[in-house]
Design a protein around this ligand. Structure first.
Ligand code: HEC
Length: 159
């Protein structure tokens, strides 16, 4: 083999390894286990909840100007999103990806579901109260929603 052919052969070999490994990486990605998908799903749901919850907290604490329309929009989003996380806790999803969910969730599922329902009920009430735009009424109801997050995190979330 002359030098040109040798170089060409090496170049083709390198290129095909690159193609094969990128195809393999893609397959690996597609093969995400149901447990990993569930964990990512619930973490995404909680991230969305936090995105809407945080500005309400800042307004309640006076760290951000109170804008009643913004507040009401965020409260409505949290009420809607509160329906989703429970779908992300199927049996077996205590592991399969990085997670802060404690194993007790699956041994005390009735209590876990009850805490999730309390959150849903309080978040739905907050969305109602927020429509009125009265901070004096909003504040205690916002507090109840915050307590419902905390009550669950204390028992069922690491950190
Ligand atoms: C019934 C239980 C429960 C309730 C209610 C709840 N959480 Fe969580 N939350 C969890 C668990 C469990 C995790 C850990 C999920 C994981 O890592 O797999 C979590 C994780 C999170 C995370 C981290 C998400 C990430 O990116 O890893 C945020 C932020 C969060 N919750 C915010 C909230 C807020 C805000 C509320 C209330 C408005 C709330 N949660 C209500 C159980 C709950």
């Amino acid at each position: 083999m002359n030098l040109f052919k040798k170089t060409l052969a090496i170049a083709i070999a390198v290129a095909s390894v690159a193609v094969v490994s990128s195809v393999m990486a893609e397959e690996e990605h597609e093969k995400a286990s149901p447990e990993k998908m569930a964990i990512e799903y619930r973490q995404a749901a909680f991230s969305m909840i936090k995105f809407h919850f945080a500005p309400m907290g800042a307004m309640v604490k006076g760290k951000m100007d109170f804008n009643k329309d913004e507040f009401a929009k965020n409260a409505e989003a949290v009420a809607a999103l509160s329906k989703f996380p429970i779908h992300g806790f199927p049996e077996g999803s205590d592991k399969g990806a990085d997670t802060e969910a404690k194993a007790e969730i699956w041994t005390k599922m009735d209590d876990f579901k009850k805490k999730m329902e309390t959150f849903q009920v309080e978040a739905t009430s907050l969305a109602e109260v927020a429509k009125g735009g009265d901070m004096a009424a909003i504040k205690p109801q916002f507090g109840k929603v915050g307590e419902s997050c905390k009550a669950c995190h204390e028992d069922y979330k690491e950190n």
